[in-house]
Design a protein around this ligand. Structure first.
Ligand code: FES
Length: 128
């Protein structure tokens, strides 16, 4: 049985450049912290858990910097894996063929929200 979705305000949409990326840490229930980032490119938005499929390490080079130098791909700072911004699919690096774990976003009245749907009254693991 699915629980009721919770929304967590992240930031104003205008605070994310296009192209641009921004990282967040969201406390889900006082015990779990979900680390995620939002990527915006050509008007499209996507969000993923901030965890490389290779080792689980955070991806960013510097705070909020997840793009490669050309702002074409998400690039892992540890071993350089490249991920497509639109679907998180790894096209090069040690985890090629795997994908970043998407998280759900909602945009309302110019604000960006993380959407979390608990199952059976429990919060899902971070990234669900
Ligand atoms: S930890 Fe990301 S490519 Fe190795």
């Amino acid at each position: 049985m699915n629980g009721i979705a919770e929304e967590h305000a992240l930031c104003a949409l205008k605070d994310i450049a296009d192209p641009g990326t921004k990282g967040f840490e969201v406390a889900l229930d006082g015990q779990q912290v979900l680390r995620l980032f939002v990527v915006r490119k050509a008007g499209a938005l996507a969000a993923y858990r901030n965890s490389c499929p290779h080792t689980g390490a955070p991806l960013e080079w510097l705070p909020h910097q997840f793009f490669d130098l050309e702002q074409s791909f998400i690039q892992c700072a540890i071993h350089g894996a490249l991920f497509r911004p639109e679907d998180g699919y790894c096209v090069r690096g040690p985890c090629v063929g795997r994908s970043l774990e998407p998280v759900e976003l909602a945009v309302r009245s110019g604000w960006l929200y993380l959407v979390v749907t608990p199952l059976d009254g429990q919060h899902p693991p971070p990234g669900r």
